[in-house]
Design a protein. Structure first.
Length: 381
């Protein structure tokens, strides 16, 4: 048997990483390095300006890593080499966020946002009814993450009041009837239609049934433009929801907006609605968005339903112009913690990772289960 010469370089065995107990620190906006004569300490956290005149920074420390001096030097070398390779491939990094050169622009994707052929029959019906109005409308998709499940057959179609022709306006109640909207809802819908700025029609295929939804959205401009300190909560949406196969199972959801809340105030309110990994995900997304957008353009909305345990909130973050791909570490970790397989997660994530992220909703659903829903791709249909 031949043997390698004794002076041959030793081969390093492959490293197998066990990430079963890893603690991830995703996209901190603050980091610092401290050192003594014995070690180096890396500090990671998320900071926000206090709003005071001096612009003090309040930093929530997420994690610290303590290294021996030699390990710190090796880490610096490895990190410098990795950044050099990155810049040689993608271009020189600036100090502010910039998308990777050559990546898809926000809102762009190879696949259409809504593919009629792949939707359930009830979803196809709604698309057809709205298309027959022959007026401009916007479409938006969402994915609802539950224990072990990712619900992807969900969409909204939005109509602006100014685009409603007289014929289209008279057709809306007819569309609601075709969808099987319960009679009490129909009367309330007709009464509120004239004052609504937007009308949204939605569909959701859940684990056992198809759900239809219709929302009346109020004109939020006066409340949002009011002087700071005078802005009061107001009803932004009223949602009518029912089982497409059995309209006797229905509910009305009121969405109460709280204008003027700072990101820190929103962060403090989140535990009232969500806990555990739903809370962690929501806080991470809020922190990432608040660095891209003025606080006044963030909006906190709570969802209220009578006679069931649902309690949730919604954060509208479209103004931050985030890409779904930027949320990947948070979403992937959430899916792992919720027992959603990698295959199921990728099927939900990959087709839409370059779309514009819109808002996140989280809390407890009507069955008391923790959930998180992300909305994306709001665009003209």
């Amino acid at each position: 048997m031949d043997h390698p010469p004794s002076n041959a370089p030793a081969t390093n065995p492959p490293i197998q990483w066990d990430d079963s107990s890893v603690h991830n620190v995703h996209y901190p906006n603050f980091c610092n390095v401290e050192h003594s004569d014995r070690d180096f300490t890396l500090l990671f956290g998320n900071g926000q300006r206090s709003g005071a005149a001096e612009g003090a920074m309040s930093v929530k420390l997420q994690d610290r890593v303590v290294l021996r001096p030699l390990a710190a030097k090796l880490l610096g070398t490895l990190l410098g080499n990795a950044v050099s390779r990155f810049e040689s491939r993608y271009g020189t990094l600036g100090e502010a966020y910039q998308p990777l050169p050559g990546s898809a622009k926000l809102g762009e994707s190879v696949q259409p946002l809504l593919n009629v052929a792949t939707l359930p029959e009830k979803g196809q019906l709604l698309l057809d009814l709205i298309a027959r109005l022959n007026i401009p409308h916007e479409s938006e998709r969402s994915v609802k993450l539950l224990p072990g499940i990712a619900l992807t057959e969900r969409f909204l179609l939005g109509l602006h009041q100014s685009h409603l022709t007289p014929q289209a306006r008279t057709r809306l109640p007819v569309i609601c009837k075709r969808m099987g909207m319960p009679e009490p809802f129909l009367a309330e819908f007709n009464a509120g239609l004239g004052a609504a700025k937007f009308i949204h029609f939605g569909f959701e295929q859940n684990e056992s049934s198809a759900i239809y939804k219709v929302y009346l959205e109020s004109n939020a401009a006066p409340a949002l433009s009011a002087a700071p300190g005078t802005q009061a909560p107001f009803e932004l949406y009223r949602g009518f929801k029912w089982n497409a196969a059995d309209p006797a199972h229905h509910a009305i959801t009121k969405y109460i907006a709280h204008p003027g809340m700072s990101p820190m105030e929103m962060d403090a309110r989140l535990p009232e609605y969500a806990s555990g990994i739903e809370l962690e995900l929501s806080r991470a997304v809020l922190g990432l968005a608040s660095e891209r957008i003025e606080a006044r353009r963030l909006l906190f909305v709570e969802a209220v339903e009578e006679n069931n345990p649902r309690r949730s909130f919604d954060l509208n973050l479209y103004g931050a112009r985030l890409e779904v791909a930027e949320l990947y570490p948070y979403l992937r970790q959430f899916a792992r913690d919720r027992g959603i397989s990698g295959e199921v997660f990728n099927q939900a994530y990959e087709p839409h990772k370059h779309r514009t992220f819109g808002h996140i909703s989280a809390g407890s659903d009507r069955h008391g289960r923790g959930f998180a829903t992300i909305y994306f791709g709001g665009q003209p249909a």
